[in-house]
Design a protein around this ligand. Structure first.
Ligand SMILES: NC(=O)C1=CN([C@@H]2O[C@H](COP(=O)(O)OP(=O)(O)OC[C@H]3O[C@@H](n4cnc5c(N)ncnc54)[C@H](O)[C@@H]3O)[C@@H](O)[C@H]2O)C=CC1
Ligand SMILES: Nc1nc(=O)c2c([nH]1)NC[C@@H]1CN(c3ccc(C(=O)N[C@@H](CCC(=O)O)C(=O)O)cc3)CN21
Length: 292
């Protein structure tokens, strides 16, 4: 089913993001995570493609397996960087063949060891071109999501221009958006206001990154251009040698963040699970009364 249709009938959507596991053992863990999260009845789950520049090969297999073995609605991430249009169309043909109807259309991070010369001359340079390519070739078969950046994109220092690029993705045919992670909700609220002024009126779902390993998240947040407020950094650094306490305050922080988002009318919450279920389940338990 198309996610955009499910969103229309859902007060506050809950969704989970996974990345393709690299080993058989990690795959087993992922499917345990999925079966733990299934009772939370998510609107959809998604699988990354070359997240942070890593491997892309396994996305299709994992998407297919979730689609065939569970009753979850799955969205496949697709990044266009480094692909020719023919390659992109053949990936999409494949998804259509197996009944996948939801695609997160991204430009994506530079793959590891990527050279500028690896960019095919007939590829898509920006996510907006990928959205257009999908619409031109498949009309309304796919529900298309795009990423958006409440703090701007790290490759661009101009948030106003970023909103224009976001608008281009919407005009090209994007149905809804998921934001980059953020740790200070005021960025999100200001972003929503700017989008509204710019005439962007698709659903914008905030992306939530629960902090369970502070150093890992700090590194990734800095790569993404997501600010971690100084008082939050201090709180986590105080417990740098205490993983149990880190997890506890990470869950508390995300719980408060989600409740504040819901109170401000967020249409959904998209959790970057990093293939683990316990933090997300605890956060869900804490907020579930606010979801009804
Ligand atoms: N691999 C995965 O599964 C995931 C990857 N990502 C992200 O994908 C990001 C890039 O993808 P998108 O945000 O979809 O890319 P995008 O194409 O919207 O933006 C990428 C950059 O190009 C610039 N740009 C965008 N449209 C432009 C245009 N029409 N003309 C000139 N410049 C333009 C933007 O300012 C930005 O700096 C990566 O940085 C990563 O954050 C996000 C979620 C998951
Ligand atoms: N720039 C960017 N690229 C992305 O791929 C991306 C975003 N931003 N923002 C939203 C989500 C968050 N994603 C993430 C975030 C962190 C890891 C990460 O830390 N990966 C570790 C492995 C984690 C583990 O095994 O526990 C890694 O080393 O790749 C992966 C995907 C994917 N998405």
């Amino acid at each position: 089913m198309k996610i955009i249709d499910k969103l229309k009938n859902t007060k506050i959507s809950i969704s989970f993001e996974f990345f393709p596991p690299k080993t058989e053992e990690a795959e087993k863990t992922l499917f345990e995570t999925i079966s733990n999260l299934q009772p939370l009845n998510p609107t959809f789950v998604s699988v990354t493609y070359g997240a942070g520049g890593s491997t892309r090969e396994k996305t299709r297999d994992i998407v297919k397996k979730i689609h065939e073995e569970t009753n979850l609605t799955v969205m496949a991430h697709l990044t266009c960087i480094g692909h020719s249009k023919q390659e992109i169309l053949s990936i999409l043909d494949d998804y259509k063949k197996i009944g996948i109807e939801n695609i997160l259309a991204l430009r994506g991070d530079m793959p590891l060891n990527f050279e500028k010369t690896d960019i095919p001359s007939d590829g898509c340079k920006h996510a907006s071109e990928l959205v257009s390519l999908i619409r031109e070739n498949y009309k309304d078969y796919f529900c298309i999501a795009v990423a958006s950046y409440p703090e701007g994109h790290p490759e661009s220092s101009n948030l106003e221009r970023e909103i224009l690029y976001f608008k281009k993705k919407v005009e090209a045919g994007a149905d809804f958006s998921i934001t980059q992670m953020f740790f200070d909700n005021s960025y999100f609220y200001e972003f929503l206001e700017k989008c509204e002024k710019a005439g962007i009126n698709i659903p914008i779902i905030p992306g939530i990154m629960p902090i369970t390993n502070f150093n890992q998240i700090k590194k990734f947040a800095s790569l993404c251009g997501a600010t971690i407020p100084e008082e939050v950094v201090q709180k986590f650094e105080k417990y740098a040698d205490n993983p149990e306490e880190t997890k506890k305050i990470g869950i508390e922080f995300a719980t408060l963040q989600c409740i504040d988002l819901i109170k401000h009318g967020a249409k959904g919450l998209h959790f970057y699970t990093l293939n683990k279920s316990d933090a997300t389940i605890k956060i869900y338990e804490n907020i579930k009364d606010y979801l009804a």
